[in-house]
Design a protein around this ligand. Structure first.
Ligand code: PMV
Length: 301
């Protein structure tokens, strides 16, 4: 009799354990990003300066149920697809009971990004994995160099204006740049080299190696992206208006040529003036914090 009870309680505990394991919640999150400088040029081996931002995508899984929530605008250059790839890769690692290994998470996320975007530089998934600020360079398919940047200045306040989801995909925009390379190789090379130089200036500004007027760097970068043909006429027009009221703005990410160009990274010394302008123009504007944490193994209750 006693023996049967013991056997029963052991079996009962086993069942409980299994049920607990089945409903165990696993939760991970990954941040969106902005490219401060170097988009498109980074595809051709130039450096890019990237930052993780305070917009995140979270995946929670329990049993066979999965919930994805995100406050990263989709398909607008804020790295929503990379955040999804990084969070999915991190979730797989957790579900398989493997070690939390950023290199492994990033590697798997890059594979997913390649399936979706064709020939991405790998910058988006790398910043979403590691977070903070990163100097990123793709030397070859096998060798991607990146280094965290310690920002040594007081950062200006940044805003994002979302001009809307471009009709073109990132892949289309990379092809648009590639067409210019084909048609006008000298002009293309000139633009790409200049973007490389501006990106270095951004780096020196952030590390306080050289004093610079940040808004001028943003403007210069934007002009070069317009020369590359990745900014629509209406977006360029909007950016000129922002400049006229004393601000600076650039597209961040692949851009868009037909009508919408995704997000703009905006700064202005007079916050009220910028917000009033955005209100009058019915723009979708929000503040953004840079240098945020990368992929996170979230606690569940
Ligand atoms: O728009 P996004 O977030 O997909 O950024 C693309 C940036 C490019 O430099 C155009 C492409 C890349 O893979 O780096």
């Amino acid at each position: 009799m006693i023996l049967t009870n013991i056997r029963l309680s052991v079996r009962f505990r086993w069942t409980l354990c299994l049920t607990n394991q089945m409903v165990k919640r696993v939760k991970v999150s990954a941040p969106g990003k902005i490219i401060l400088s170097g988009e498109h040029a980074v595809v051709y081996g130039c450096p890019a300066l990237l930052s993780a931002v305070n917009k995140r995508l979270t995946i929670t899984q329990w049993g066979d149920k999965k919930k994805i929530s995100s406050d990263i605008p989709i398909g607008c250059g804020m790295g929503s697809s990379a955040a999804f790839a990084v969070a999915s890769s991190a979730l797989n690692i957790k579900l398989k009971g493997k070690k939390w290994d950023l290199e492994e998470i990033n590697k798997e996320a890059y594979k997913m990004e390649k399936r979706q975007h064709g020939n991405p530089s790998g910058g988006d998934n790398t910043i979403s994995t590691y977070g903070g600020f990163l100097w990123y360079r793709k030397e070859s398919e096998q060798l991607k160099i990146f280094s965290p940047i310690r920002v040594k200045i007081r950062l200006p306040k940044f805003y994002i204006i979302n001009t809307g989801k471009p009709y073109e995909s990132t892949k289309d925009m990379i092809l648009i740049a590639a067409e210019l390379k084909e048609r006008k190789p000298r002009r293309f090379e000139n633009i790409i080299n200049k973007i490389g130089i501006v990106t270095k200036s951004f780096l020196k500004y952030f590390t306080n190696e050289e004093k610079m007027v940040f808004s001028e760097l943003i403007k210069e970068n934007e002009r070069l992206l317009e020369d590359l043909g990745v900014v629509s006429k209406s977006t360029a027009w909007l950016i000129r208006k922002i400049e006229k009221i004393g601000g600076a703005a650039k597209i961040s990410g692949a851009g868009g040529r037909k009508l919408y160009s995704g997000i703009l990274l905006v700064c202005h010394p007079d916050e009220e003036k910028l917000l009033n302008f955005a209100k009058d123009e019915h723009l979708n504007i929000f503040p953004i914090r840079l240098g945020e944490e990368g992929v996170k193994n979230e606690k569940t209750n």
